[in-house]
Design a protein around this ligand. Structure first.
Ligand code: B12
Ligand code: SF4
Length: 445
């Protein structure tokens, strides 16, 4: 059978402005799930093509050559996935929908397709595509031994990709109330260090010079992380600069930091979230502000590139708290700032709580992208929080920071920072239809 797997992007993320932003901000990369499922289907003898819509429009004529089309959903991409699904079905195609959003809203997704797969789809994808499993909603059970799952196969992708995203564990041992991934991937499972090294060898052989490790917490099991690092160093397989998500407490283990750096794991994204302890506690973060700050400072002092993620809009945060957190990140010379706006994703405890309190402003899912305020915060208006998001970006990616970046990381990074400084200033002048619609939602609240 001929199968196309499509990862859509929302109307907003397909505008010229966002596409330009992607060029500056991140190297082209793909969501791994469809490439794993595609590999399973290709091994079973099907012809598979995988497309991403984030960086380039879909070549519809090619997609429509498939017999079956699989669509991946995040919450913000669900409306676009549904529009595509309706179109593909009108052209006589069989359509399957899966991924994060469809897993928690299967009845909604079902209206637009032939079958929905919820959860991790590896165990059922072949049966569904081949017609052996015909229920309208099929539950994919998590595979306990993730070593047995094939690597994402980048030879199947027909869209531009220059970085291989790869995940070496599934889920997270913690359970923060806003988090969707720890619910989607449950229980927490780890790939063996041997398998991780095999994957890195595989991506090197495929010609990749960059890999992003997309585990929710690559350092959750420090002994395993150390073993992976040692094996990469011993086999001379380290990439120059690998990105990963970690807990800030890696800083407490200098041996680990040293091994990570020697194995090329130099860009760490850490969820620092807030400088307000009550806010941290409100989302079950189980960390103290003081220790997070101390560890973050130590990480930058030890030469790691720290991508600081702070959540804007936590229950008890005030404008002053947010300003203090941004300034702290500047003061320690964090490599980048990610200020996602708190987003109550359907399926999380947070969504249920805010809905019960009547604080959800819209269920137009396209705005659930962590860049739009879609709930009423406790200590400020939604518009104030939306403005703070833009302020945080402008404050961190200031023109004066370009000099600091030049001194710390050199010319290439300084040029990138200059691009960001321009983008966060002029990017807010967005006249696209989705932004106009959003402004009308937020101004009423
Ligand atoms: C890599 C990644 C990206 C990459 C690549 C994404 C892309 N090109 O679209 C980049 C950095 C570009 C990105 C961007 C965004 N991302 Co992102 N991303 C991730 C990340 C960190 C890892 C993905 C991964 O490796 N997962 C592991 C694999 C195994 O899972 P999977 O790909 O989801 O696939 C499995 C299932 O979902 C299912 N499945 C998936 N697709 C399909 C399709 C079919 C047909 C079927 C049957 C099953 C199925 O089966 C797969 C195998 O088990 C996840 C977090 C996470 N841990 O998942 C966030 C995550 C998916 N992203 C998220 C968000 C919000 C975004 C952005 C909106 C952020 C932003 N503000 O720009 C954008 C939207 C991009 C878009 N397409 O419009 C959220 C989604 C939350 C939600 N519930 O909707 C997540 C969960 C992070 C979070 N905050 O919790 N992202
Ligand atoms: S630590 Fe991160 S990945 Fe783990 S539950 Fe909390 S937010 Fe989710």
């Amino acid at each position: 059978m001929k199968v196309a797997m499509v990862t859509p992007a929302s109307d907003l993320h397909r505008t010229l402005l966002y596409r330009l932003g992607h060029v500056i901000y991140e190297p082209e990369n793909s969501i791994p799930g469809p490439l794993i499922l595609g590999k399973i289907l290709a091994d079973a003898g099907h012809t598979v093509d995988v497309y991403e819509e984030l960086y380039r429009d879909l070549p519809m004529d090619k997609v429509l050559r498939a017999d079956v089309i699989g669509l991946s959903t995040m919450t913000s991409t669900a409306p676009r996935a549904y529009a595509l699904a309706d179109y593909f079905r009108s052209r006589g195609k069989r359509v399957i929908i899966g991924g994060f959003h469809a897993s928690v809203m299967p009845d909604e997704a079902k209206e637009h397709c032939d079958q929905v797969i919820t959860g991790e789809a590896e165990s059922v994808i072949k049966a569904v595509i081949e017609g052996a499993s015909t229920d309208p909603v099929v539950r994919g059970e998590p595979i306990p031994d993730i070593d047995s799952i094939p690597f994402p196969d980048y030879s199947l992708i027909r869209s531009p990709v220059n970085t291989a995203n790869f995940i070496t564990s599934r889920g997270c041992p913690n359970s923060c109330s806003f988090c969707t991934t720890s619910r989607m991937f449950h229980p927490y499972r780890e790939m063996s260090p041997e398998k991780v090294v095999e994957a890195i060898r595989h991506y090197r052989a495929q010609g990749f010079s960059r890999v992003n490790i997309q585990d929710d917490n690559f350092t959750a099991n420090k002994a395993r992380t150390k073993r992976i690092c040692r094996m990469l160093i011993d086999n001379n397989l380290a990439f120059r600069e690998t990105f990963f998500f970690g807990r800030v407490d890696v800083a407490d283990d200098e041996e680990l930091v040293d091994l990570l750096q020697r194995a090329g794991f130099r860009i760490i994204l850490v969820g620092m979230e807030s400088t307000n302890q009550k806010s941290l506690d409100s989302v079950d973060k189980k960390q103290s502000v003081g220790s997070v700050h101390e560890s973050a400072r130590r990480l930058t002092n030890l030469g790691m590139k720290l991508s600081a993620s702070i959540i804007l809009g936590l229950e008890y945060d005030t404008k002053e708290d947010i300003a203090r957190t941004v300034d702290f990140c500047r003061s320690i010379n964090a490599y980048s700032l990610q200020p996602p706006i708190l987003t109550p994703y359907p399926g999380t405890r947070l969504f249920e709580e805010l809905r019960k309190e009547g604080r959800i402003l819209t269920e137009d899912w396209q705005y659930y992208d962590m860049m739009h305020v879609i709930f009423r915060p406790r200590n400020m208006t939604p518009l104030d929080l939306q403005k703070l998001f833009k302020w945080a970006l402008r404050r961190f990616y200031s023109f004066s920071s370009v000099i600091r970046v030049l001194r710390t990381w050199g010319v290439a990074e300084a040029v990138k920072r200059l691009g960001m400084a321009l983008a966060v200033r002029f990017g807010s002048i967005d006249l696209s239809a989705p932004e106009r619609k959003y402004r009308s939602i937020i101004s009423k609240n």
